[in-house]
Structure formats: structure tokens, C-alpha cells
Design a protein around this ligand. Structure first.
Ligand SMILES: C[S@@+](CC[C@H](N)C(=O)[O-])C[C@H]1O[C@@H](n2cnc3c(N)ncnc32)[C@H](O)[C@@H]1O
Length: 269
């Protein structure tokens, strides 16, 4: 969904975000896996104070209320999603929908459970950093881990008449999502990990020596306590990112962007 007409910049951004974020609900498997995670922690949620940072349309906050939370703060900074979540959650007297930025939101009570879905395509290129800077400490974070994994395959096995190996070679240095179907291609090794309380762990250089394949791909895994919750490709909300393998070693890092960290990538020749 793209907005095709000119709008004031702020309105454009807010509506563009609204359209981007409602499209995550096309990924029913993601929603189901998150519900299963919440249900598995039913005993922690019952009678507790919960916060959902970035509540979107409010589905997870609704499930927290249904699972018996004493109080749920559903925090959303997008004004349109805030209105939609408020409408959806208005019948729950124990849910307070808060129009605030997660970075500045301060809960009025001590928080037992924090729920979020702040994972970017490349793990740390959306809002996970907000959790690393939280000045308040929930007892339980759901989910509390994530991984950026990668693999190699041969470009010839993936390309077609349009996206030929020659086209792929032109993409050197660019990480492109949605270029090919993941087709059950396995994620073979970890590139970066994120853990609640520990933050992002990322080696300064990743060495591909000894690995076969001229097409490099990356995929996200959302995990909790070592258990896989969602995987890129399987959960359509995240897709693999692809690039031509131009060398044996690469660097990946995240730099401060205007709104969220931006992924930076370069080959080491
Ligand atoms: C990927 S969606 C997840 C929505 C919901 N948690 C779910 O799982 O269905 C991320 C949501 O976080 C919101 N968001 C992103 N950054 C935020 C911030 N700094 N403060 C508050 N909300 C934020 C977005 O507007 C969006 O609704």
C-alpha cells in the first residue's frame, strides 16, 4: 500500500506508518506464535501489571487482558494506531491505551510483564534499541531474544529470466529484501544476537571463508529463552535480505538514523 498524492510531511509519515504496520496483521502465523507465547506465560500475566510497547491495533494487549492481567498499559506513538487501538480496547476496563513514545513513557506502577514486537528485518534496524535504553525494569520481557542469521547459496539456483546473476552482481553492497522466495533455504550461521538485558552482540567482521555460495542471505529469528517464536520467511512479516557475495569477509553494523538505527554493510577486500 502506497500513498500516491502529496501530503504534508508529518501526515504522510504517520499514514505511511499506519499502512506499514497494519500490513503485519496479514501475517497470521506471527500473531498466533505471539499468542502462544503469551498463553505459555499465563501464570505470570494473571493479576500482573503489563505493558505493551508499540501496541499497533492492540491485539496483544487484548490477549493480556483476556489472560487476566490486573492492568495493561498499551503504548502507541502513531496517532492513527492509537485511535484504532483505543476503539478496539475500550470495553476492557483494565486496559489503558497511552498515546506516547516508548522512549519517554514512564509507567505509573511497577511493571511485571513487558510485551513488544520491535524486531527489524535485520534484527536491530527498528526499535529494539528502545528496550536497551529503558530506565524502568519489568520482571519479564516477552520475547527476550532475537538473532540475525545468514546462509549462502548459488545465485544460479535462485535467479530467473528477470533477476539474472548479472542483475544480482549489480546489487553488490546492497542488502535487498524480497528479491527471491526463501524456499526453505536454511539459515546456516549466526551473525548477530540480541538479548534483553545484554543488548546487541555483533562481531566486527564476519568471515565466510570455507563456505560455498555466491549469494548471501540474512534472516531474522525471534526467540524467547532459546525457543524459536518466529522465523523470517516462515512468518511473512519478515523476509530474507539478499546480496551478491563479493568477498570472503564483511562488516555489518548499525548507525544512528533519523528515527531508528540504520543497517550499514560493507565487504572487506
Ligand atoms: C511491528 S508493530 C507491532 C504491533 C503490536 N505490538 C503487535 O505485535 O501486534 C510495532 C508497533 O510499534 C509502534 N512503535 C514503534 N516505535 C514506537 C515508539 N518509539 N513508541 C511507541 N510505539 C512505537 C509502531 O507504530 C507499531 O504500531
Amino acid at each position: 500500500m502506497d500513498i500516491l498524492n502529496r501530503l504534508p510531511e508529518k501526515r504522510f509519515e504517520e499514514l505511511d506508518d499506519l499502512l506499514a504496520f497494519i500490513s503485519i496483521y496479514d501475517d497470521e502465523l506471527r500473531t498466533q506464535r505471539y499468542f502462544e507465547l503469551l498463553e505459555a506465560h499465563c501464570a505470570d500475566i494473571q493479576g500482573s501489571v503489563c505493558v505493551e510497547l508499540g501496541c499497533g491495533l492492540g491485539l496483544m494487549s487484548e490477549r493480556l487482558a483476556q489472560l487476566g492481567a490486573r492492568k495493561v498499559f498499551a503504548v502507541e506513538h502513531n496517532p492513527h494506531l492509537f485511535v484504532l487501538a483505543s476503539e478496539k480496547l475500550q470495553t476492557y476496563s483494565n486496559v489503558e491505551v497511552v498515546h506516547a513514545d516508548a522512549r519517554t513513557f514512564r509507567p505509573s506502577e511497577s511493571v511485571d510483564v513487558l510485551v513488544h514486537e520491535f524486531y527489524g528485518q535485520l534484527l536491530y534496524d527498528e526499535e529494539l534499541y528502545v528496550l536497551d535504553q529503558l530506565p524502568w525494569r519489568p520482571h519479564l520481557v516477552l520475547p527476550n531474544e532475537g538473532k540475525l542469521r545468514a546462509g549462502l547459496t548459488s545465485a544460479a539456483s535462485m535467479t530467473d529470466e528477470v533477476v539474472t546473476p548479472a542483475v544480482v552482481r549489480q546489487l553488490e553492497g546492497a542488502l535487498v529484501s524480497g528479491l527471491f522466495d526463501e524456499d526453505n533455504l536454511p539459515l546456516q550461521f549466526d551473525v548477530a544476537t540480541w538479548q534483553w538485558g545484554l543488548g546487541l552482540a555483533l562481531p566486527s567482521v564476519v568471515d565466510l571463508s570455507g563456505r560455498q555460495g555466491d549469494l548471501l542471505y540474512f534472516g531474522l529469528e525471534v526467540c524467547h529463552e532459546g525457543q524459536l517464536i518466529c522465523r523470517a520467511g516462515t512468518c511473512s512479516n519478515w523476509s530474507y535480505a539478499w546480496t551478491w557475495r563479493a568477498a570472503q569477509r564483511f562488516r555489518l553494523w548499525f548507525a544512528q538514523g533519523a528515527r531508528a538505527p540504520e543497517a550499514c554493510f560493507e565487504w572487506q577486500f
